[in-house]
Write a protein that binds this ligand. Structure first.
Ligand SMILES: Cc1ncc(COP(=O)(O)O)c(C=O)c1O
Length: 380
């Protein structure tokens, strides 16, 4: 039996309704929203609107037009960073970022933006203090991850958001590893911009993502073009969400995103979080019982998401990943997980780690099979 434990990359399988909805929509709707007055196009527009509404319910957003549908968290983060920062601005980020945020910020630092990297600790947590120390009077933005895709560390977003609000600094949160698997309240966290993929914790298909932009915040669009409305003007519309959604929508994918969000609403994000944390605790406990294994961020009392990284003394992580796949039919991710600075921070660069990330459809039995496999690999 195949065991998939790479849900931090993309969740698999998806809830049954995601498959059903995508199939239904591409067969029976299948046209562009907001591009025609005929019934089928109105059906597509309704799917788009209802998807925003479901995401808004999930995140506690009052006005769903502030949710921009994108193709990935990477696109959302690029839109936020490049659309907000101007030469002369100071921005604070952290050493725990995925390249999807680190690279656009680095690019901006070559375009006149001053960039400071606040460091995470050896488990990957970034403290409020580390962020405070990095702020200067010129800081316009703090851009950081909510949950590390390497160690699972959850950062204190609520406390950081409160500090930034007091100082009038914009807060961009990369919720790629938390949206859908940790209950989120955008208002409580004082988040101004939130980026997330649709294909991880929201259980939508690949090719979907979204960006929340707080009311009153101005961003420059990443791309401009056809929006289906305002066609008399040569200039890009100012209204949201159209301002940021040029080009034909991935309507079947978006329908899948809505089905994923609806699965979370009916199951409850807290229930999924509890299920995943139970599996994570079992996983950590099992790994710690194996000689030669070092688990990063192994204290189960700490606030964390469903990501566990470990190393095995003297064995290359890619060999472990390959053996798990070939001999045990178990899928995990190995290496640097697109976050080289995070591995430098926790001391696992350049070898990387083996990363195991349970999702809503994994079971205790599967975790036990994984531990049994690791016991064989560690003591052949
Ligand atoms: C923390 C973090 N940010 C951003 C991304 C990029 O997400 P996407 O592949 O949807 O662009 C990932 C994906 O692994 C991630 O873990």
């Amino acid at each position: 039996m195949s065991i998939y434990l790479d849900n931090a990359a993309t969740t698999f399988p998806k809830p049954e309704n995601v498959y059903i909805e995508m199939d239904r929509v591409i067969r029976t709707v299948g046209v562009s929203p907001s591009r025609g007055g005929y019934r089928q196009s109105l059906d597509a527009s309704r799917i788009l609107f209802e998807t925003r509404e479901s995401l808004a319910t999930l995140l506690g957003v009052a006005d769903s037009s502030r949710l921009i549908i994108t193709h990935s968290a990477t696109e959302s983060l690029n839109l936020a960073v490049k659309g907000f920062l101007k030469p002369g601005d100071h921005v604070v980020t952290t050493t725990m970022e995925h390249n999807s945020l680190a690279r656009p910020l680095h690019e901006m630092s070559h375009a006149g933006v001053d960039l400071t990297w606040a460091s995470g600790d050896s488990d990957g947590y970034v403290s409020v203090d580390a962020i405070l120390k990095a702020l200067t009077p010129a800081t316009r933005l703090v851009a950081m991850t909510h949950c590390s895709n390497v160690t699972g560390a959850i950062n204190p977003a609520e406390e950081i958001g409160a500090v930034l609000k007091e100082r009038g600094i914009t807060f961009l949160l990369d919720a790629s590893q938390s949206a859908g698997s940790i209950p989120l309240d955008i208002d409580k966290m004082n988040v101004d911009i939130l980026a997330a993929p649709g294909h991880k914790g929201i259980y939508g298909p690949q090719g979907t993502g979204f960006l929340y932009i707080v009311e009153g915040l101005e961003l420059k669009p990443l791309i401009v073009g056809g929006t289906g409305g305002g066609s008399t003007e040569i200039t890009q519309p100012l209204e949201l969400p159209e301002r940021f959604e040029s080009g034909t929508h991935n309507i079947a994918g978006i329908a899948g995103l809505k089905a994923g969000a609806d699965f979370l609403i009916s199951t409850g994000v807290s229930a999924i979080h509890d299920l995943e944390i139970n599996l994570v605790n079992r996983l950590i406990e099992g790994l710690l019982s194996i000689n030669g294994i070092k688990v990063i961020n192994s204290d189960i009392a700490k606030l964390r998401g469903s990501v566990v990284s470990f190393t095995l003394n003297g064995v290359d992580s890619s060999v472990i990943g390959y053996t798990l796949d070939r001999d045990f039919d178990i899928s995990v991710r190995v290496g640097l997980h697109c976050a080289p600075l995070a591995h430098r921070t926790i001391g696992t660069f350049p070898e990387g780690t083996v990363r195991v990330s349970p999702g809503a459809f994994n079971t205790e039995d599967q975790i036990d099979c994984f531990i049994a496999a690791m016991k064989q690999i560690a003591a052949p």
